[in-house]
Design a protein around this ligand. Structure first.
Ligand SMILES: [Zn+2]
Length: 429
């Protein structure tokens, strides 16, 4: 057993609906045993009960480890590719990069670098796209397992993809089933059935995705939805009899409480209603949406309909791994639609909100008693500007400045299951 003493902040539920969800211990104690939080509260109240437990003083703001609800590990070396919107960007930049993952050694090298990059940015849990190659999933799971990270991944299904990246409905089913069998129950890993998006899959393959999802109640569905206007037009043209984009996924059994859809920029009220009533949710990816000129996510409409949300970096269209930076951009995207995203709500989206979306809210996201001790130490003095801006600032103001001005520079340490997995100073424990 060991304990950490410092300022602790978490937001377990949507603070717009429940202001009491914000839990702040200015001088707190976090007691961890076997990687799990066994007690948390004011140091003055807990110190006596845990006398004798070694205490590590923490200089900085302790928040739960970030949950990246949508990211592509094979695209990390394709970030900042110039000049295109979604469909051309895929053809010109992304598909060629993903073809290189036919080489398992390349997949392993990138997977290790990707997991290190997540930890460096304070991300301890993530829902991740691999490529169409089954061994690309093995590579990521091996890297995440070695770092004890909570990672969900899946082989990409794309039988209508370009030559070299196209599978078939039969291989999609066989490889997905084999991966689920091989990785189920190992470490903190989980599986997601991962059709790339409607346009990369035949009807037959979408049906396979729905059947596999229905067979395995512990598996998620991870795909893209209504990101780009040209994409939406092509989906509408192919499915002339569908009510809308969500209805296309619905008819293949892909819309339910375990479904995570990235983006959802161009959704009708009916689609929001349908997502909310089925418990499906959206990974909001503002840096990607800006980078590809896709549009702004409508936070007001999502809130009005009660759609479940998390935040995604969507690297490689996303321009940063940092969920702090992503939260700052979410504020800007929300304000473009007249919605003022509160910094505590943004923190909730980046932690417990994302955890709920990924069906892991009982395990991570709020640093509550019984949860796994994944946390980040944020440094409000990380840059001279941040130090000036946050000097003497109240908590909400400090948190907002960290979201707008901060990124990986403001992550001084990342802890996974109570162990330091990243230390900015270069010292690991
Ligand atoms: Zn994506």
């Amino acid at each position: 057993m060991r304990a950490f003493r410092g300022e602790i902040l978490s937001v377990a539920r949507d603070p717009a609906l429940d202001p009491a969800a914000v839990r702040h211990d200015p001088d707190g104690l976090l007691v961890v045993e076997h990687g799990v939080v066994v007690a948390r509260g004011a140091y003055a109240e807990l110190a006596g009960r845990f006398a004798g437990v070694p205490i590590e003083p923490i200089d900085g703001l302790i928040v739960p480890g970030f949950v990246d609800a949508h990211v592509h590990y094979p695209q990390m070396d394709s970030m900042a590719a110039h000049g295109e919107q979604l469909l051309d960007w895929l053809d010109r930049h992304i598909f060629p990069a993903e073809m290189a993952f036919a080489d398992p050694a390349h997949a392993r090298e990138v997977a290790g670098a990707f997991c290190d990059e997540l930890l460096r940015h304070g991300t301890t849990s993530a829902l991740v796209f691999a490529t169409v190659h089954a061994h690309s999933v093995d590579a990521l799971f091996e890297a995440a397992l070695a770092r004890a990270m909570r990672v969900i991944c899946g082989k990409v299904l794309m039988d209508l993809g370009p030559a070299g990246l196209a599978d078939t409905p039969a291989t999609a089913r066989a490889e997905t089933e084999a991966l689920i069998r091989a990785w189920r129950g190992r470490g903190r890993l989980g599986y997601a059935v991962t059709p790339r998006f409607v346009l990369s899959c035949s009807d037959q393959q979408l049906a396979v995705a729905g059947e596999v999802l229905a067979t395995h109640p512990d598996v998620l569905l991870h795909t893209h939805l209504a990101e780009n206007t040209r994409e939406c037009a092509e989906v509408a043209a192919r499915f002339g009899d569908a009510r809308d984009y969500v209805d296309v996924y619905d008819r293949f059994g892909l819309v339910g409480p375990r479904s995570v859809f990235a983006h959802g920029i161009h959704l009708s009220p009916r689609e929001c209603t349908r997502l909310a009533e089925t418990g499906a949710g959206i990974a909001v990816c503002p840096s990607s949406n800006l980078f590809l000129g896709s549009g702004f996510f409508d936070f007001t409409r999502a809130a009005d309909h009660g759609v479940k949300l998390g935040l995604g970096s969507d690297v490689g269209a996303g321009t940063s791994f940092s969920l702090l930076h992503t939260a700052g951009l979410a504020y800007q995207a929300a304000l473009a639609g007249g919605h003022r995203l509160d910094p505590f709500r943004a923190l909730w989206l980046a932690t417990a909100g994302g955890a709920a979306l990924l069906q892991m809210a009982d395990k991570v996201g709020a640093l509550g008693e019984g949860q796994e001790a994944d946390f980040v130490v944020l440094d409000a003095n990380a840059t001279p500007l941040l130090a000036r801006r946050t000097r003497g600032a109240a908590l909400a103001d400090r948190l907002f400045a960290l979201q707008v001005l901060g990124d990986d520079r403001a992550v001084s340490r990342t802890y996974v299951m109570g162990h330091c997995a990243w230390d900015r100073s270069g010292v690991r424990q």
